[in-house]
Ligand binder design. Structure first.
Ligand code: BDR
Ligand code: CA
Length: 316
């Protein structure tokens, strides 16, 4: 069993990934931590509680960061044109959900849960990296206690999605992402190189919903506006970014990777760009030296990934 803490900003594709984690038989979802990104942390936390209630998820929800690790960074507007005003495709969601939150802030929940399960926890982070960076700053020793970290974020050999060179989760808090990439733990980076070519069509999702229970029908409903948004890039379908990171946990053989140290550009016109120095390539001394070698996904068997998501949602 993989013990997973899911750090998330739900978020439409976050919701699909949550249902995947909840339903995959080899995954023990032991916590959900929320972060700002697709909406404010108040909204993403309410959405996490809403999905927990609707989908009968046992894992506790701990509320996380609402500002970048560097508090002086200027915040942009929420991407309501992607995930809706309410972060869940503007389906009907109650103002508040009457379920208790874990009393700890997300980063402390992460620290304490990792310490209670040394060597066993996989952190799957699919929003800004702020909670993980906070956890590392407060308790750097957790780097040696986490099993591995799988993130959705970044882009290496393809363009970004919020600037020509940057992806949203990294661009939203580049300093935090650089802390996470350079810490002495194993990070697997599942970025746009693989997620932007892994799409689920409207018809495919509708078919899954027709065969599935009310949880899958809810997922189908909340995905409709997101699919509309992707008209510019996908033929009547959506990129399933965050689910790709979850699939990596249970099926890494569906990905091809390169290894190397990863840095994040902080500031300037390339703010949020992720850059890997592939192991074995020789350069003059530089800012990538002496850092841990991370795993960067460069290829994916998209059809198999999409089918695995379908089968998991349907409990096949
Ligand atoms: C990432 O940004 C968010 O909009 C999605 O939920 C995903 O985590 C894709 O760039
Ligand atoms: Ca996300």
């Amino acid at each position: 069993m993989y013990k997973v803490i899911y750090d998330t900003d739900p978020g439409v594709d976050d919701a699909m990934a949550l249902l995947f984690l909840h339903r995959h038989p080899e995954i023990d979802l032991i916590g959900i931590t929320t972060v700002f990104g697709n909406a404010s942390v108040d909204t993403t936390t309410r959405n996490a509680l809403f999905l927990k209630r609707e989908w009968d998820i046992e894992a506790p929800v701990a509320k996380g960061a609402n500002v970048t690790i560097d508090p002086l960074r200027k915040e942009g507007a929420w991407p309501t044109f992607v995930h809706g005003e309410n972060g869940l495709g503007d389906i009907e969601v109650p103002e508040t959900v009457d379920l208790p939150l874990d009393p700890r802030p997300a980063h402390r929940f992460i620290i304490e849960t990792v310490k209670a399960n040394p060597g066993e926890v996989t952190l799957v982070a699919v929003g800004r990296m702020t909670n993980l960076a906070r956890a590392l700053r407060e308790a750097p020793e957790i780097a040696g206690l986490v099993k591995d970290v799988v993130i959705m974020g970044g882009n290496f050999y393809v363009p970004g999605n919020v600037s020509p060179v940057a992806e949203a989760n990294i661009h939203g808090d580049p300093e935090a992402a650089d802390i996470v990439m350079t810490a002495p733990w194993k990070v697997v980076v599942v970025g746009l190189d693989v997620t932007a070519i892994t799409t689920m069509s409207r018809g495919y999702l509708a078919d899954v919903a027709a065969r599935g229970d009310r949880a899958v029908k809810l997922l189908n409903d909340l995905s409709q506006d997101y699919i509309d948004f992707y008209k510019h890039a996908v033929d009547d379908g959506m990129m399933v970014h965050d689910s790709c990171a979850c699939v990596y946990v249970v099926a890494p053989q569906l990905f091809t990777t390169v290894r190397g140290s990863v840095r994040v550009v902080c500031g300037g016109i390339a703010d949020g760009q992720t850059i890997v120095k592939p192991d074995g390539r020789r350069f003059p001394p530089g800012d990538w030296d002496g850092l841990p070698s991370q795993v960067v996904c460069t290829g994916i068997e998209s059809e198999k990934v999409i089918d695995l998501i379908r089968d998991t949602l349907l409990g096949i």
